[in-house]
Design a protein around this ligand. Sequence first.
Ligand code: FDP
Length: 330
Amino acid sequence: MLQSHVVTISRFLVDQQRLHPEATGAFTGLLHDIALAAKLISREVTKAGLVDILGSADEENVHGEQVQKLDLYANSVVIRALDHTGLVACMASEESEGLIPIPEKFDAGEYVVIFDPLDGSSNIDVNVSIGTIFSIHRKTSKGERGVLEDCLQPGRKQVAAGYVVYGSSTMLVYTSGAGVHGFTLDPSIGEFLLSHPLMRMPEPPKKVYSINEAYYRRWSRAQQRLVTHLKTEANFGSRYIGSFVADMHRTLLQGGLFMYPADSEAPNGKLRLLYEASPLAMILEQAGGRATDGHRDITSIEPESLHQRTPVYMGSREFVEMAHRFLAEE
Ligand code: FDP
């Protein structure tokens, strides 16, 4: 029997739009299209073991990493869901080197969409959770179509950000600056249903740290001291999935401290500022958490290039601030 409180993402977005009488519906439409792309990607992710879509496509992406076929599929799904809508000025994807312009045959809109179509792709073959991340800005340049500078905006200027985690269920989590809301896909009806309204990081948080500890020897002394402290005096547990969206989803729900620090081989860490760090930073901040590069808020960093990387310390506010105290001793 249908419960009276079942709220689909479509209903939720329309209700949110009503709170803003000046809204044109463009933003609602954009989130709707992203949700559609998420459903298409989710369908393929869950079929990945059945069809011959696994395995690398014998290509490397712009970061020199091997691309999986599902990444390419997810990339084109997002582009095709958005390029013809008249809502988007331009796009940028972790899988594409430069800006993705809107084809001349389509109208361009006011929003800039930056996305990582399938994050954690090395986990595809082993059936571990992966995700899609998106970040939305308003176009600031004067021309009709978006340009590079529209993508190079700091995270604090995002108008919305979100992710989809393809896990034991598929969940879409987003914020447009008025709280964080989570929707779970009911595959039997093909709808995202509101399952986690107004998500807040728990207080007190779970004492868990999350880091690839195999890189210990490459870390600064301060970083080494921090992790040693967490697992000794501070008595933290440890969880590391190695799939950013999945690790952050757990951190959002349970609290904790996720770190991908700078190290001697990766002076800016591994994670990308625009595709990964900024959108998750907006979500965490909206949920009461904190996201920094070890010194400054991720959302305050002025990007210089599309694929720039940043060290990441994200999670419960008190834990991120504890990390700062250790790192300040460097
Ligand atoms: P992947 O290489 O599998 O795509 O930035 C990509 C990412 O995964 C993140 O999802 C994940 O947090 C991180 O890299 C894992 O990197 P390490 O293997 O170096 O721990």
